[in-house]
Design a protein around this ligand. Structure first.
Ligand SMILES: Nc1ncnc2c1ncn2[C@@H]1O[C@H](COP(=O)(O)OP(=O)(O)OP(=O)(O)O)[C@@H](O)[C@H]1O
Ligand SMILES: [Mg+2]
Length: 171
């Protein structure tokens, strides 16, 4: 999945990451898939918590590391939250029944989803989380795969304009 990101945004702390999550939640529609990758501990779950809250989910979203898949209702639509970090066999990916989830009408967020590229749908947003200089500094880049996400890039860049990082500063 070697593609140049469509944009990178700077986050100076969890609240900033929440603002980025809110911007993405605002354009999210049922059936969307977000693939979260990048550095370990850089903020994928923190982002997902804020995304869920922005969708109107009141239940606390926790890291699905040990359950692999959690489902949250009560928001604009169902949110499926998966973490495939611990998956090392293709059988376990099959057990997740991803094609059914992608067709279920909910949104699907997959932490470490970039590690199961063959199991991903034709279109999704790849969000890559990286560390910046300060303890709480993060870079969050978005790569649109497929036209549905590509079309949303200009609007997202406009909303996040004051946070965008020049390509040459990209990590
Ligand atoms: N700018 C930031 N954005 C997101 N999280 C931040 C930021 N600054 C500090 N943090 C902290 O970094 C940690 C990120 O942990 P989190 O579990 O969200 O990462 P993760 O990418 O899901 O980890 P893992 O790779 O283990 O799944 C949290 O403790 C969070 O409070
Ligand atoms: Mg996590």
């Amino acid at each position: 999945m070697e593609r140049t990101a469509d944009f990178s945004a700077r986050s100076a702390g969890p609240d900033d990451t929440a603002v980025i999550a809110q911007a993405i939640a605002a354009v999210l529609v049922p059936g969307d898939v977000l693939v979260l990758g990048g550095d370990m501990g850089a903020g994928k779950t923190t982002f997902t918590k804020a995304l869920g809250a922005a969708l109107g989910i009141t239940e606390t979203i926790t890291s699905p590391t040990f359950t692999l898949h959690q489902q949250y209702e009560g928001g604009r639509f169902t949110l499926h939250h998966l973490d495939v970090y611990r998956i090392d066999q293709i059988e376990e990916v099959i057990d997740l029944a991803l094609p059914e989830l992608f067709e279920s009408g909910g949104a699907v967020v997959i932490e470490w989803g970039d590690t199961i590229a063959p199991a991903l749908p034709a279109g999704f947003a790849l969000l890559s989380f990286g560390f910046g200089d300060g303890d709480d500094d993060r870079h969050i880049s978005l790569t649109a795969i497929g036209s549905a996400w590509h079309m949303r890039v200009p609007g997202l860049k406009e909303v996040l304009a004051d946070r965008l990082i020049d390509r040459q500063d990209d990590y």
